[in-house]
Ligand binder design. Structure first.
Ligand SMILES: Nc1ncnc2c1ncn2[C@@H]1O[C@H](COP(=O)(O)OP(=O)(O)OP(=O)(O)O)[C@@H](O)[C@H]1O
Length: 589
């Protein structure tokens, strides 16, 4: 365990150095000053005690000792000032370092291949890594206190060794059990933390879902509150049970270590008294010995306690580093080929994709060719693979077998940014960003000071009236939970999602159930818009409203991950297949 401490200290030093070199220099300077002042203080104390406790009259002794006493006072003041400045330097580093770690974690998660989210335990490992960010808060403080205690201990121990060689080993034995206890308890804490990760992760997610105002109506009207609170409490109790189950273990460790430490401490004081009684330590410097023992004891205690804290932190930092390494390994490793503009053809050739932990492919041997100007409609039962197919078409997922090409370039070889710069997606479940209207439309695009294109996209989705009604138009914050924020209706939010995709003027426009929450007027407008802009791009519409597929040049019907029927609307309506059956069912009311 102790072997890890230098490595962790080195890592903390490197991270801190990268964050604020000036503060690190200041911190190191203060540490050195603290150590020096402790050494000067002890030496000057020894000098002062000689005349004060010597044979000459007390007043004369005091006068003789005055210069040494002044040095003691100055050293003490210097030590305290250095310690205060060290705290300031540490406070300059910690917030920046914590934010850096936090941003690194968020960035790592945002940059992994989307397929990584479906990997078993990814989310739990992320939760474990979050603890590393939290511990960053105390990391520099722990390291600084450890180093400061080490320096104090070295200086005080030097003085103590001069007094008698036996005193230092005895003191070491007195504090060692406390150190071992702290390390063992750190390990127990970490084990409990690890055992609770899954439950804590689920609890954190459920906390958000249960308390966000977004789902407040559903929670109340469906009488979910009691169940959710009960469930939340049950999860909390399960975590608490694990924590409590470890309490006797930590008590045993603490008691045994205190006992051993107490015995050795008694032996140290006994040894000091014995050495004084035997005259091995002069009575004149017994007071110095007393202070040296006290100082070394305090420094040693701080050393082992902060050493254990550094070790404790290292466990969580280890999790965070493992997660960051894992996320880096899961970042897209595709080629760097750029795409020739415009995108004239997107082709899927015998494409297969299976989610991890699933026993059947979600998309199973699909071949398809899309040409610029074409509108493709994808229909099929729930779970037939439509959304997964759109993820393959955009390169969000790469196929397990087969290839997806854009203008003949395999997406596995293409720079994903080049692909996504040309894509506009309205997913089934879209984000309702707690941002202003303008940012909700332009998010991900370079900033423009002209609102013309934003209004154009808003008009295309029929959203102008709703935006005009908002208190600050495009500047209105769309977050009802935030002071000054406003809220839109479900259909209006869906129009925002459509505006967002249209604003990008993408070469591939994918709309997955884009009008599921819209009124007929809104739905009509969106499909008119799709037709109006179709000539410049490839458009894909995924829908269960089969009437809407009339806009499409080509329709594919998916079943169990395969294309089982395809053609134009009129062909499929009279084809006697699944499409005709589904259409008939939708009209049978
Ligand atoms: N992220 C995921 N992880 C694991 N399995 C998934 C994931 N997303 C989808 N699946 C599975 O893949 C299959 C196809 O899902 P997909 O979402 O592509 O269907 P869909 O046709 O779009 O369905 P719907 O009409 O309900 O939107 C389903 O069996 C589903 O359970």
């Amino acid at each position: 365990m102790c072997a890890q401490i230098p490595t962790v200290l080195g890592r903390i030093a490197r991270l801190s150095w990268r964050t604020d070199r000036g503060a690190v220099r200041l911190l190191i300077g203060c540490q050195v000053l603290t150590g020096l002042s402790a050494a000067v203080l002890l030496t000057a104390t020894a000098r002062a005690m000689g005349p004060i406790l010597g044979p000459e009259p007390f007043a004369d002794g005091l006068r003789t000792a005055l210069p040494a006493l002044l040095v003691v006072a100055l050293a003490a003041a210097l030590g305290r000032t250095a310690s205060a400045v060290a705290t300031y330097a540490e406070r300059r580093i910690t917030p920046l370092l914590t934010s850096q770690m936090d941003v690194a974690l968020v960035e790592a998660v945002c940059r992994v291949e989307a397929a990584a989210y479906a990997r078993d335990g990814f989310s739990d490992r992320q939760e474990a890594a979050e603890m590393g960010v939290t511990r960053t808060h105390v990391m520099v403080t722990d390291a600084q206190r450890f180093m400061s205690a080490l320096i104090r201990m070295v200086t005080a121990a030097g003085v103590l060794s001069v007094l008698h060689v036996m005193l230092l080993p005895l003191l070491l034995l007195a504090v060692l059990p406390a150190g071992i206890g702290a390390l063992l308890n750190a390990r127990v804490d970490y084990e409990i933390h690890y055992a609770n990760i899954s439950d804590r992760n689920v609890r954190g997610m459920m906390r958000w879902w249960a308390t966000t105002s977004r789902y407040g109506d559903e929670v109340r009207a469906n009488s979910m509150t009691d169940y959710l609170v009960h469930w939340y409490r049950a999860l909390s109790e399960r975590c608490d049970r694990r924590t409590l189950a470890a309490a006797p273990r930590t008590l045993r460790i603490a008691l045994l270590c205190s006992l051993a430490g107490g015995v050795f401490l008694l032996a140290t004081w006994g040894a000091l008294a014995w050495l004084t009684a035997l005259g091995r330590i002069e009575p004149a410097i017994t007071a110095t010995a007393f202070i040296a023992v006290q100082t070394t004891l305090a420094a040693l205690s701080n050393l082992v306690i902060n050493g254990a804290a550094v070790f404790h932190t290292s466990l969580y930092l280890g999790d965070m580093q493992n997660f960051l390494d894992d996320a880096a390994a899961r970042a897209p490793k595709r080629g760097h080929r750029q795409l020739a503009a415009p995108v004239d053809e997107i082709k899927l050739d015998e494409v297969v994709y299976q989610y991890p932990e699933k026993d059947k492919p979600a998309v199973d041997g699909v071949s398809l060719t899309l040409k610029r100007g074409q509108i493709l409609a994808i229909v099929g039962a729930n779970g037939s693979g439509k959304s997964t197919l759109t993820r393959l078409l955009t390169g969000i997922y790469l196929p397990d077998k087969g290839v997806v090409t854009w203008n003949g370039t395999d997406l596995a070889d293409a720079d994903p940014r080049a692909v996504w710069q040309r894509t506009g997606l309205v997913p089934q479940i879209f984000a309702q960003w707690p941002l202003r209207v303008r940012e909700n439309v332009t998010l991900g695009q370079s900033r423009t000071h002209d609102d013309g294109p934003v209004w154009e996209a808003i008009d295309a989705a029929g959203l102008r009236e709703a935006i005009d009604d908002l208190p600050s138009g495009l500047d209105t914050l769309l977050a009802r939970d935030i002071f000054g924020g406003s809220e839109l209706s479900g259909g209006q939010w869906q129009r925002v999602a459509a505006s967002r995709a249209l604003y990008r003027k993408p070469e591939l426009l994918i709309l997955d159930e884009p009008t599921s929450q819209m009124d007929p007027r809104g739905e009509h407008q969106i499909f008119e818009q799709i037709k109006a802009v179709a000539a410049d791009r490839i458009t894909i519409v995924v829908t269960h409203r089969l009437e809407n597929t009339k806009v499409a040049d080509h329709i594919v019907v998916m079943e169990h991950g395969r294309i089982t029927e395809q053609g134009r609307y009129e062909d499929l309506v009279h084809g006697g297949g699944t499409f005709a059956e589904l259409l008939e069912l939708s009209q049978d009311r």
